[in-house]
Every structure is written in structure tokens, then in C-alpha cells.
Design a protein around this ligand. Structure first.
Ligand code: HXC
Length: 524
């Protein structure tokens, strides 16, 4: 019998081995675990990647990496890939690096090998100047690896910070994300959570109950609604995993691949000269009556181009990406429908963070002002509204991207100055005829300037009303500010879109220089 192995047979064996190993990697934690994952309403890491990445574009790296830990029976629990899938590919034709934790393998728990794989892909993304998207679904530090997995988190954080302000980093939370694991998403630019199937917390419900006695479910403690609405930890809440993945693709379309590039400009079929007649009557005559700023924005920006960020958090302010004649822009706006659009701690955080994101990615900022000022109150003062409010001022002053403002109604006191006034470096400042640009409201001014005269007047109510009327006529309009050059032009609301398009066109070559320094001390 001839048992000589021919070269053909030998390479066939090699290929069989490779194919077998790859097949094993694709199976993750096995059929039962995949079924359990589906039963929870969750997709597997590979299913998620197949939706996120352009078909056939994903190139996996490290599929065969495994741990070599032997404590606690780990020698028998070795899975190719070690619970995370890493690689690169394309999203809508653009290059992107990606990692996806696989909960079917040891609960997606974070090991030293996981960290090494993620670190490699983080380095590749930063060096290639491409965005990185992380799909998180993990029980946290792999307990059997002890301090090794803790140290591994540090390696991820270090790279998150190195990449911050250079390449877009997006975190999707698609399952548990507990303990120190929450800090990598918190260090990235955007966090997207999935309603009902994801949560983020430092310590879970049991520990919370034992330490503070508070009884909460995981969803109540750190579900998507909590972080998108109350804490502001998540910028987006998706109804399903598919929506979260589609949202990520859309979000990337507004961003450049890195801070040395510009975000893609699309061809718009919405005319740049389109007038929006309805805007001429959108602001009610009675200034105690609210109107929906979203309707204003919908009329001005390219059809269906607005992507709101932090939609449910601090809804008294709106921040959003949008397109104007195909060009990506960032919108900051007050929402008169909620708390009269007042600025408070949360809206200050929301606005300032967004301005900094726009600035770092060279996305012009367009600000729509209808704001009675910063919110007065003991709770706001005790919680640092001064410190938080200062962030808006800092962010606008620091931002060198084109900045355009439109005062639609109230721009009173601090809100006038803070929200992209000429002194904050606004390149072009427009106002509608309904604008009320003043140092304070008429009632406050009456009490301050004429309090005694009003009290001693024969008819105090009439005296007050007379003063208020005079103050309104003199100061509650855009013309004083236009007279002083604080407003560049008072425009008809309907012409806002063409005005903004033209202003952006001229500002696209804006050159801004600043004095070199290590970094400023942003008020945090
Ligand atoms: C090792 C883990 C694990 C972990 C889950 N598993 N988390 N293995 N280390 N951290 C394993 C489970 O033992 C189980 O394996 C499998 O994954 C699936 O987990 P289940 O508990 O069956 O799933 P489920 O019921 O869906 O619950 C998911 C969960 C729960 C809520 C995430 O597993 C959980 O509470 N895990 C621990 C969460 C946590 O406290 N993490 C913090 C770690 S310390 P078997 O084989 O039994 O099916 C930390 C500090 C980091 O992260 C600090 C960095 C700075």
C-alpha cells in the first residue's frame, strides 16, 4: 500500500483544517446559546455585522484567537475568537473598523484576548483615519481572568482617548454593559442603545439594593429610555437592533472619516432658493404662545435630512445634524414648546457637547435662538448651572467652524450672548422681525427700574403697563441690535433657507487661527 502524501493531498488537509476552524469560529458559543440569544430578542454578533456592513465587505481579523487561561475550568472553555468579532469593511461604500462582542461565548465577557483584538482594530482605525463602530453585548470583565481583564479595559480606554477628536467612534449597546465596561462607550462620540434589550450601569440592581436599599429593575436602572432621556449617557435610543444599526449608518453619513477630511456632500434635489412661506406666520403674535421649532427647522433644511441627537434628553433644546443644499450642518436650537426653550443644566451639556462634536469634524453650526435666558432657581444654582452654562459659551468661543445664528424670537440676557452672538464669534447673525433682543424681559425691567414709581403711582397697574409697553416698543425688537451691528441683517422668515445656503457657501473657506496651547480648561 502506498501511504505517501501527495502535495495535493497535503494542501487539501490544510484547507480542511482551516475551513473546520473557521466554521467553528462562525458557530460562536454553539446552537443552544444562539437560540437563547434569539429568545431574548437579540441577534448574534455576526447577524448584526451582516446588517451593518456592506454586503461581502467585512474582513475578519483574529477569528482564531483564544485565551490560554486554565483557572476555574477555563481550559475546557476555549472558543475561536474568544467572544468578540473584529475586522474592517465598508458602510455605504466608506471604510470602517468594527468590533462586535459575542454574548453566546462566555456571555461576551471581556478577556485579555478580547482586549488585544479590540486594541488592534482601534489602532488600525486610528492609523488609517477611519471611523470605528463597537457593538457591545457583554457581562463585563471575565471573572475567571481576574485583574488581567481589568487591565485590559485600561488599554481600550487609552485608545478611545487617543482616537477622540481624530476619528468618529460610535458605540452600540445591544445587551448588558456593566461595571467599567460602560466607560468605553462614554468616552466615544456617540452611544446608541436598544430599547428593552440593552442596559448600562456601574452596578446592577442587586448591588444597588444591597447598598442603598433601592429596588429597581435593570431596565429602570439603566435601560435605553433612562439613558436617552434622563442621564443623557446615550445620544440615541433605537426601538430595535435593526433600527440601531440603520441609525449608525445614517449617523456616519454626516461625519467625515477623520478630522483631516470633510464630511461627504450629497447632491440635494431640494432647491437652495426655496422660500418657505409658512415661516412668515409661524411665530405667534402673542409672545406667551409657543410654536414648534422642529417645524421651523423642517421648512429650512433639505427635505427629510434632519437627524436629531439626544432627542429625548433636555428637550427644551434641539441639536441635530442636517443638510443644507447637500452640505452637512449641525443645528442648535431652543424649543419654545418645552419650558419656553429656557437654558438649564442639561440643555447646556447637550448643546456644548454637540458644538464641540461639530467643531472637531468641521461641520458648520447654525443656531436658532428663541430663549428667555438661563433657568433661575435654587436647585439649578446648587447643581452648578453657572459651571454648566459656561460650557456653551466656551464651546461657541472655541469653535472655529462657520457659525451662523438666526434669532426667531426671544434672545434675552445671557441667552442672547451665549447662543452664538457676534461676540461668541458668529460669522453671520440674522434675526427675524419677530426677534426680541433685550437685556431682560419687560416685567423684570419694570420692577427694577420703576418699582418705586409704580408702587406710589395713583394707578400702579396702569403705570406698570405703560412702562412695559414703552420698554417693549423700544427694546423688544431686532432693530436696536441691527442698528448696533449685533445683528447683520433682519430677514423675512421665508427667505431663511436661501440666506443660510448663501452664507454657508461664502464661509466654506473660512480660515480661523488660534494660539497654540496644550489645551484649554473646558468647564466640566
Ligand atoms: C465570566 C460571564 C460573565 C463574566 C456572564 N458570564 N458574565 N462569565 N465573566 N463577567 C457567563 C455566565 O456565567 C454564563 O455562562 C454566560 O455568560 C451567560 O450568562 P447568563 O448569566 O446565563 O446570562 P443572562 O441571564 O442573560 O445574564 C446576563 C448578565 C449576567 C446580566 C450579564 O451574566 C451578569 O450579571 N453577569 C455579571 C455582570 C457583572 O457583574 N459584570 C461586572 C464584572 S466586573 P454559563 O456557562 O454558566 O452559561 C467589571 C469591572 C470592570 O466589569 C472594571 C473596568 C474598569
Amino acid at each position: 500500500m502506498n501511504d505517501t502524501v501527495t502535495p495535493e493531498q497535503s494542501s487539501a488537509d490544510h484547507l480542511t483544517t482551516l475551513r473546520h476552524m473557521r466554521e467553528k469560529a462562525v458557530q460562536g458559543g454553539g446552537a443552544a446559546r444562539i437560540e437563547a440569544q434569539h429568545a431574548k430578542g437579540k441577534m448574534t454578533a455576526r447577524e448584526r455585522l451582516s446588517i451593518l456592513m456592506d454586503e461581502g465587505s467585512f474582513q475578519e481579523l483574529g477569528a482564531l484567537a483564544t485565551h490560554n487561561v486554565t483557572d476555574f475550568g477555563m481550559a475546557d472553555k476555549r472558543f475561536p475568537g474568544d467572544g468578540v468579532i473584529t475586522g474592517f469593511g465598508r458602510i455605504n461604500g466608506r471604510r470602517v473598523a468594527v468590533y462586535a462582542q459575542d454574548f453566546t461565548v462566555l456571555g461576551g465577557s471581556f478577556s485579555q484576548v478580547q482586549a488585544q483584538k479590540i486594541n488592534k482594530i482601534q489602532d488600525l482605525a486610528l492609523e488609517s483615519g477611519i471611523p470605528i463602530v463597537g457593538l457591545n453585548d457583554s457581562g463585563g470583565a471575565r471573572v475567571q481572568e481576574g485583574v488581567r481583564s481589568l487591565a485590559a479595559y485600561g488599554e481600550v480606554f487609552q485608545r478611545n482617548v487617543a482616537a477622540s477628536g481624530v476619528i468618529p467612534q460610535i458605540s452600540l449597546i445591544m445587551g448588558p454593559c456593566a461595571g467599567g465596561a460602560v466607560y468605553s462607550p462614554a468616552l466615544t462620540d456617540f452611544t446608541v442603545m436598544v430599547d428593552q434589550t440593552s442596559n448600562m450601569f456601574l452596578t446592577g440592581p442587586e448591588i444597588v439594593a444591597s447598598v442603598t436599599g433601592e429596588q429597581v429593575t435593570a431596565e429602570e436602572l439603566g435601560g435605553a429610555a433612562v439613558h436617552a432621556g434622563r442621564s443623557g449617557v446615550a445620544q440615541f435610543e433605537a426601538r430595535s437592533e435593526i433600527q440601531a444599526l440603520e441609525l449608525t449608518k445614517l449617523l456616519l453619513s454626516y461625519l467625515p472619516s477623520n478630522t483631516s477630511e470633510d464630511a461627504p456632500i450629497l447632491v440635494s434635489d431640494d432647491s437652495p432658493d426655496r422660500m418657505a412661506e409658512s415661516l412668515n406666520t409661524i411665530v405667534p403674535q402673542d409672545d406667551r404662545q409657543a410654536y414648534d421649532m422642529r417645524k421651523v427647522l423642517d421648512e429650512i433644511f433639505d427635505t427629510d435630512s434632519i437627524l436629531e441627537v439626544h432627542e429625548a434628553f433636555a428637550p427644551n433644546a434641539i441639536v441635530a445634524f442636517a443638510r443644507l443644499d447637500g452640505r452637512p450642518v449641525g443645528i442648535v436650537a431652543n424649543q419654545p414648546l418645552v419650558m419656553s426653550g429656557v437654558l438649564d443644566i442639561d440643555s447646556s451639556d447637550k448643546i456644548s457637547r454637540f458644538i464641540r462634536i461639530c467643531d472637531v469634524y468641521s461641520i458648520p453650526v447654525i443656531t436658532f435662538v428663541d430663549c428667555p435666558g438661563y433657568l433661575p432657581g435654587v436647585e439649578q444654582e446648587y447643581n452648578g448651572v453657572i459651571r454648566h452654562g459656561a460650557k456653551i459659551i466656551y464651546a461657541y468661543c472655541q469653535a472655529t467652524v462657520p457659525k451662523i445664528s438666526v434669532v426667531t424670537r426671544k434672545a434675552i440676557g445671557g441667552s442672547y450672548v451665549a447662543l452664538s452672538s457676534k461676540q461668541m464669534g458668529s460669522d453671520v447673525a440674522y434675526a427675524w422681525p419677530s426677534a426680541q433682543i433685550a437685556v431682560m424681559g419687560p416685567d423684570g425691567a419694570a420692577r427694577l427700574l420703576h418699582g418705586r414709581a409704580i408702587k406710589t403711582a395713583e394707578d400702579p397697574a396702569k403705570a406698570e403697563a405703560d412702562f412695559v409697553a414703552e420698554y417693549r416698543e423700544k427694546f423688544f425688537n431686532p432693530y436696536r441690535a441691527a442698528d448696533l451691528g449685533q445683528i447683520d441683517e433682519v430677514i423675512e422668515p421665508r427667505e431663511t433657507r436661501p440666506r443660510l445656503v448663501r452664507a454657508l457657501e461664502v464661509l466654506q473657506t473660512k480660515i480661523a487661527t488660534s494660539v497654540p496651547k496644550k489645551h484649554g480648561l473646558f468647564p466640566v
